[in-house]
Design a protein around this ligand. Structure first.
Ligand code: ZN
Ligand code: ZN
Length: 268
């Protein structure tokens, strides 16, 4: 009975019935544990999040496991093969706790997660937001957009734009074709898969020329998608492209044993 009531209440809250907020006890956004404030996380869910802090690669934002900096402040992957974007930052390392915030936004219509994530992103990416003229979300393919009804990156961009007082161009980029899942692919294959997959909409092009664009995504994985977006924006005349994500996985371009990952110490 109690569980059923909690489920109904959870559904009501997720349905955006704001009028009920005053009547329902607030719950953790990630696990339904009771909390003191609406729209927040319980101590356990919050404690599981790994905020990304220095030291990190100045370019791609991958955290270094040691106290020193890489050569010139860059990770080996950026030294060997710099990405098209200038700098990328993310609020959290992508782990189980971060997935509990990001996946419901992507797959379960939990759009209220966007507010929480955008606040964290605004903090982690304060410098990037300050230096940006406008925000552009990473696009979904139209077929996927139809199924999901919203683009989670666009929700985050809209929230961030409001928080930082920056205009958002939600349809500036578009997918020209469907792309395979990049997960199992190596770096070169990922780049090949994304080649020409993303373009700038002709209507948006004049608004991008000479502007500093901040690209927004939910999860930064290999950087191949962000790189393809950055290339398209730069080709359309953007002066600079930076990237801000809610979470990032430890750089999978680095699949060597001695990769610098958040959890693995560097070799002696
Ligand atoms: Zn929780
Ligand atoms: Zn890097």
């Amino acid at each position: 009975m109690r569980a059923a009531l909690d489920r109904v209440m959870g559904a009501a809250r997720r349905g955006g019935l704001a009028v009920l907020d005053g009547l329902l006890p607030p719950h953790c956004l990630a696990c339904e544990e009771r909390v003191t404030e609406q729209g927040g996380l319980c101590a356990a869910c919050f404690g599981g999040l790994h905020r990304i802090v220095a030291p990190l690669c100045d370019r791609c934002g991958v955290p270094f496991a040691h106290d020193g900096k890489g050569e010139g402040g860059l990770c080996p992957a950026c030294l060997a093969d710099p990405p098209a974007f200038g700098r990328a930052r993310a609020a959290f390392a992508y782990n189980e706790a971060a997935a509990r915030l990001v996946l419901p936004l992507k797959h379960a219509d939990r759009t209220e997660m966007a507010a929480l994530l955008a606040r964290q992103m605004a903090e982690a990416g304060a410098g990037l937001l300050e230096g940006a003229d406008l925000l552009v979300p990473v696009p979904l393919h139209r077929g996927r957009l139809f199924l999901r009804r919203y683009n989670q990156a666009a929700l985050l961009a809209a929230r961030l734009g409001r928080l930082a007082g920056r205009p958002v161009l939600p349809d500036a980029l578009r997918r020209n074709r469907r792309t395979p899942s990049l997960g199992p692919l190596g770096a070169a294959a990922r780049r090949a898969a994304m080649e020409g997959a993303i373009g700038v909409s002709p209507r948006a092009a004049p608004r991008l020329r000479g502007r500093r664009v901040l690209l927004v995504d939910d999860v930064l994985t290999s950087g191949a998608t962000a790189g393809a977006c950055a290339q398209a924006l730069l080709a359309a005349g953007a002066a600079e492209v930076t990237v801000l994500a809610a979470a990032r996985v430890a750089d999978p371009r680095e699949d060597r044993r001695d990769a610098l990952t958040p959890d693995r110490p560097p070799p002696r």
